[in-house]
Design a protein around this ligand. Sequence first.
Ligand SMILES: Nc1nc2c(ncn2[C@@H]2O[C@H](COP(=O)(O)OP(=O)(O)OP(=O)(O)O)[C@@H](O)[C@H]2O)c(=O)[nH]1
Ligand SMILES: [Zn+2]
Length: 352
Amino acid sequence: MIHIDFESLRTIGLTQSVASQLATINELAEGTRLARVTEIHRDWAIIHDGALESRARSLNRLVQSLQAGDTALAVGDWVLVETHAHDEQWLSERLPPVTHLARRTSDGRRQSLASNVDTALLVMGLDHDFNLRRLERYLALAESSGVEPVVVLTKADIGVDVEDRMRQLTERLPRRVQAFALNALGDEPARVLAPWLAPGQTLILLGTSGAGKSTLTNALSSSSQETGGVRRGDNRGRHTTTARSLHQCPSGACIIDTPGLRSWQPDADEEALAASFDDIGELARHCQFRDCAHEEEPGCAVRGAVDPDRLLNYRKLLRDARRSQQTPLERIADRNKWKVIIKAHHAKERQR
Ligand SMILES: Nc1nc2c(ncn2[C@@H]2O[C@H](COP(=O)(O)OP(=O)(O)OP(=O)(O)O)[C@@H](O)[C@H]2O)c(=O)[nH]1
Ligand SMILES: [Zn+2]
């Protein structure tokens, strides 16, 4: 049996559902402890056991079992730690994550971002950073992993067209998603985001470089992250955050700060995408073809019924998702099938 000090592990986000998974693991080495991963480096991880942070490496059997499952250790993971000779810390197991955020890089590789996250704060500046398509991709990333998204628009104090941009945002986003415009530099963030900062809650900050993630981390946690001075002229942050890391908040929540992501896609399949774009998914049930891509296909119920830019964004994500699910041969067969259907449709139109 492993001894857990629930109270102190609670301060780094331990929940009952994670603790109950310990029962499923048998044959624990003497002295095994539970800890949470707070930083990932190439050859080691930093772990926190509720009291102290230390450096630990993964035992071979953990490396192999993660590789076999096409996954990797991420910040926020709960791990079992053994202490070996010379006080060396070794990770022997990862508890199955309750949620796991991953993305696909532009070359198609899957990259783990964080585990056991409750809320994703999607951070976007009300300056030139404002981009609804990108925000929709972040939404798909969060929702396809079962993580609640909350949109945080920073730089409300210096942004331009703030009201107009908020209107665009509410028109475009699903109603279930909450959005706040604020000044990340003051005490506003802790007040506005209090409902998501309860003890045991874990949040992740996602957004481009310079959006204000580190500024928000500072406003919400007790740590002081270096924030990038904005480069003169383009309002962009310098790339200060270089690794994901976990911070404790005075409220009892934990925050994972991430470096700005560049060229990525959500690691979502078609079904997960449809859940995030559920307005389109709902309309798509009335398309003539079940696998309609809402481009030129005849009998499409989506085209013309949703914001064209939102549809364009969805179609691009859908194409990417299908690309990672189909073999090249399936892709060619698919393309040829649609060519025939569309040609037949045009021929029929001409006969009318
Ligand atoms: N006036 C104002 N400035 C802000 C606000 N939020 C962030 N900034 C500034 O914007 C710059 C970039 O903010 P950061 O917090 O470093 O951005 P980041 O998202 O962490 O960037 P990376 O670490 O590069 O990923 C800093 O100079 C902040 O002071 C805000 O709400 N109002
Ligand atoms: Zn359609």
